[in-house]
Design a protein around this ligand. Structure first.
Ligand SMILES: [Zn+2]
Length: 263
């Protein structure tokens, strides 16, 4: 039996996270969410079978990698969340940079993403209260839309919601142009989200923007856990489309999952 490793890291620990590793596959776990009874994890590029480059844990993007690779990588990733008797059903979606929220009521609704060649449902966020379903997404832009759907479907109280925001392009690296700056200034009046870099360009703090959005939607700020890891700084651990697209052509996809354990 392979032994699962817990890697300790002080800075991560203070932010509410720790690393879990099994057979070379490594994921970031949010401890408060796990303690509340939710299996969860943010994938890294480590321990996979895709040539992006060698041994990459690419979890999506069926147009750029073989289905065999992606499905094998997903199997390896899901092994990190073993524990109950029943296996997890991974519910994915083909993300479209919109704000469609997919509701999953039971295991069979979650299944297609795992069995079919490709994620066949188009959406940007998943909400579910079905045990055994791992909701997997690749973006964090639609947090408040997902929260609104949870409030509508499950009568969730935003004050009691616990949030984990995983590794993302950080304020240290994520440069945007005038159009994005303008749009965010209009959506987040009074929030200082930018650090000017050069003429008509600035680095944007998307984590701060997400956090501000969640807080204004009623989430308790003490229940928002943010991983202190930038995907663009740490390409040794994560895929970064921005950093790698021009260099390598094909870039692997990370995935974040969360689900209720089977009772
Ligand atoms: Zn960075």
């Amino acid at each position: 039996m392979p032994i699962e490793m817990i890697i300790s890291d002080k800075e991560l620990e203070q932010a509410g996270f720790y690393w879990r590793e099994l057979e070379g596959v490594q994921a970031l776990i949010c401890a408060p969410l796990e303690k509340a009874g939710f299996a969860n994890g943010f994938s890294t590029r480590l321990g996979g079978t895709s040539p992006m480059p060698d041994g990459a844990l690419n979890l999506a993007g069926f147009n750029e990698d073989s289905a065999e690779n992606i499905l094998e990588n997903r199997r390896r990733f899901l092994k990190l969340f073993a524990g109950g008797d029943a296996p997890w059903a991974l519910a994915g979606c083909w993300q479209v940079h919109g704000s469609a929220v997919r509701l999953i009521n039971n295991l069979s609704e979650a299944k297609p993403a795992e069995d079919a060649r490709g994620d066949t449902v188009y959406c940007d966020a998943i909400v579910s209260n079905a045990p055994g379903v791992l909701a997997g997404v690749k973006l964090a832009e639609v947090a408040t839309k997902a929260l609104a759907r949870m409030t509508a479907e499950y009568q969730s109280n935003p004050r009691e919601v616990c949030v984990a925001i995983g590794p993302a392009a950080g304020a240290c690296c994520y440069e945007v142009g005038t159009d994005v700056i303008e749009a965010f200034r209009n959506s987040f009046p009074g929030q200082n989200l930018f650090a000017e870099t050069r003429m008509d360009h600035a680095c944007i703090d998307l984590l701060r923007a997400n956090r501000a959005q969640l807080i204004s939607a009623g989430v308790n700020q003490n229940r928002i856990n943010i991983a202190p890891l930038c995907t663009m700084c740490r390409t040794d651990l994560f895929f970064s489309y921005r950093r790698e697209k021009t260099v390598q052509g094909k870039v692997g996809r990370l995935m974040s999952v969360i689900g209720r354990k089977n009772e």
